[in-house]
Design a protein around this ligand. Structure first.
Ligand code: TRP
Length: 335
């Protein structure tokens, strides 16, 4: 892009209620890195319909998520924050890339296998080609970097494979994206089953702290978090539940595990757990207030939605037009 900064693209689905894991693992880092790059942060509502959605709920959650990006500190002037469905180039490029993607490649995607097993009554073609739409998202903006968790790494790899295949036939059309591996990207686990990632689709609501949980709920979930019988504050894989609480505490306070162990030396879980709850609340309460304030300002959010969709479409269409020309679609007639 113009100012020499690298371009970064990421997206989140508006399905389920966002958790502390989504915030500490992704959103918070997006804010930290947003000054360094030209960032596109999409609410990927087109991906969401690969699973059946209630229209009113999807619409509401998409808006909540977009507002949350801003409430979390992403400047909507410097960062392009937009709905994927508002930029039709995503669908158009996805179709073209479908024709450059092999069934065999898609068959290997572990997320497809997992989701197909989970939604056995609705194994639709969109679920199968989900990674191709994701490739279109990334490649449209010529993104250099994509911050993704480990669960999306396979999708990033297929994106690179598709881009490389296209480039080898048509010349350098697409930038090959790389994973952005955050320095501090906290991986937050379930409070009830610390071997599992904290997830917005977890059936047990006590396993996750939701970004919109009130303080009492946060405190209760932290108090009830699964730990062990050792009873001492140590940062070790042998105490996975406690280790996760220490990770949460550190991510919320900026302290290190060593500092935390010193701080709670000689103290038990009865003291540590409420301290974790307080630290989480100290992060989430202001976030909720800002979210409420922004939500009330409908005209402001509407303005951002409109302007950023136009900005995203400008960059996306540039790439799309180039692709269309390369593959031999007839030129548009302009007078
Ligand atoms: N599939 C991603 C997820 O569920 C969301 C996503 C869609 C995405 N398009 C993207 C992430 C492009 C990074 C880049 O987490």
């Amino acid at each position: 892009m113009l100012d020499g900064k690298k371009t970064l693209f990421s997206g989140m689905q508006a399905t389920g209620n966002l958790t502390l894991g989504n915030y500490l693992g992704a959103l918070k880092n997006w804010v930290t890195i947003s000054d360094e790059y030209n960032c596109f942060y999409s609410v990927v509502d087109m991906h969401s319909i690969t699973v059946r959605q209630d229209p009113a709920v999807l619409r509401k959650r998409a808006r909540t998520l977009l507002t949350l990006y801003i409430a979390a500190g992403l400047d909507p002037v410097k960062n392009c924050i937009y709905y994927q469905s508002h930029v039709s180039a995503h669908a158009e490029l996805a179709w073209i890339l479908n024709c450059f993607t092999y069934m065999g490649e898609l068959n290997r995607m572990t997320q497809f296998k997992d989701k197909a097993a989970k939604h056995a009554d609705n194994i639709n073609a969109g679920l199968f080609t989900y990674p191709v739409l994701m490739a279109a998202d990334i490649l449209l903006y010529q993104a250099d970097l994509v911050p993704v968790g480990i669960d999306q790494m396979q999708h990033l790899e297929i994106t690179r494979d598709i881009a490389q295949r296209f480039n080898s036939t048509y010349g350098d059309v697409f930038t090959l994206p790389e994973a952005y591996i955050g320095k501090v990207g906290a991986k937050i686990m379930s409070l009830q089953e610390p071997s599992k990632k904290m997830s917005k689709s977890d059936e047990n609501p006590n396993g996750s702290i939701y970004l919109m949980d009130d303080k009492d709920t946060i405190m209760r979930k932290c108090r009830r978090a699964v730990t062990d019988s050792a009873g001492i504050i140590r940062y070790t894989d042998e105490q996975p539940g406690l280790k996760n609480l220490i990770d949460i505490y550190c991510a919320c306070t900026g302290k290190t595990p060593d500092e935390t162990m010193k701080e709670f030396d000689g103290k038990g879980y009865g003291e540590f757990k409420p301290a974790v709850g307080e630290a989480v609340a100290a992060i989430l309460m202001p976030l909720q207030e800002e979210q409420a304030r922004l939500t009330a300002d409908k005209a402001y959010i509407d303005g951002i939605i409109k302007e950023n969709a136009e900005k995203a479409a400008y960059y996306a269409n540039k790439t799309l037009r180039k692709v269309q020309r390369k593959i031999g679609f007839p030129d548009r007639i302009r007078n």
